[in-house]
Design a protein around this ligand. Structure first.
Ligand SMILES: Nc1ncnc2c1ncn2[C@@H]1O[C@H](COP(=O)(O)OP(=O)(O)OP(=O)(O)O)[C@@H](O)[C@H]1O
Length: 236
């Protein structure tokens, strides 16, 4: 049975103008993301992956086209509405972890839970990513993979409906990257968080329900994966 759409992207273009240089980053994207899905976005550098992710997360707006989150048209919201949407519904994970160095893992997560409506306790979020034994460590006392898992715990602690990950393993070796991907995979499986994940690593597609390929600002292929694999079982 078809799952209900969480995101609907209709005819989205994005053109950046910098001085006399115009870049067509997205050239007409139509896409649906469904309830409970984990999708991987694959494509060459410059193909528009981050631009699309940022538009889904309301960090950026399309030049033309429409984006809906459930019944809300994001492209119809003003800045305050977009901020409210991000705050209530979206968790972000970026390549660099953006942790506050002077705060422990627990305190970094608490920064978010203190302002969220229905957060999970920071301890629970950190336990979920396998860091129950690192609650009081500072970022400098954690490995890169552990720091990224703190960032994931921070993103998940507000129980977002959507998790957007832009090359979350880009700065990590593959063994460490697997632990990070496993945390994302389990969040999708256990919490039903709709997840979109950008990667340059084609092997990671095995963890997705669907793989969306971008080239030159367009979706060139969508592949369904009948049996997504946990990252721990993926080799690259
Ligand atoms: N803020 C911006 N101002 C001007 N051009 C931009 C801006 N952001 C992105 N671009 C351009 O838009 C195009 C798409 O960029 P985008 O970051 O979405 O690609 P990407 O597929 O995520 O690439 P990568 O894998 O290298 O991160 C690129 O040509 C990029 O140079």
């Amino acid at each position: 049975m078809a799952q209900p759409a969480v995101f609907r992207v209709e005819g989205v273009t994005k053109t950046y103008v910098t001085g006399s240089v115009t870049v067509a980053a997205l050239r007409g994207i139509d896409l649906i993301l469904n309830e409970g899905e984990l999708v991987v976005l694959l494509g060459a550098s410059g193909s528009g992956k981050s631009t699309l992710l940022n538009i889904l997360g309301a960090l950026d707006s399309p030049t033309t086209g429409r984006v809906f989150f459930r019944d809300t048209e994001l492209t119809g919201l003003d800045d305050a509405g977009l901020t409210a949407f991000r705050r209530a519904h979206v968790g972000f994970v970026f390549q660099f972890y953006n942790l506050v160095p002077s705060l422990t893992a627990r305190e970094n997560v608490a920064l978010v839970t203190e302002i969220a409506r229905n957060p999970m306790p920071p301890e629970e979020a950190l336990d979920r990513v396998g860091l129950a034994a690192r609650l009081d460590h500072f970022p400098a006392e954690l490995s890169g993979g552990e720091q990224q898992r703190v960032a994931i715990a921070r993103a998940l602690a507000k129980r977002p409906e959507v998790l957007l990950c832009d090359e979350p393993t880009g700065a990590l070796d593959s063994a460490t990257g697997v632990t990070v991907l496993q945390a994302i995979w389990e969040a999708n499986r256990d919490l039903g968080t709709v997840t979109a994940l950008i990667t340059h690593n084609a092997a990671i597609r095995q963890m997705a329900h669907r793989v969306i390929r971008l080239a030159d600002g367009r979706v060139t292929a969508i592949e369904e994966n009948a049996s997504p694999q946990p990252p721990q079982g993926i080799e690259w």
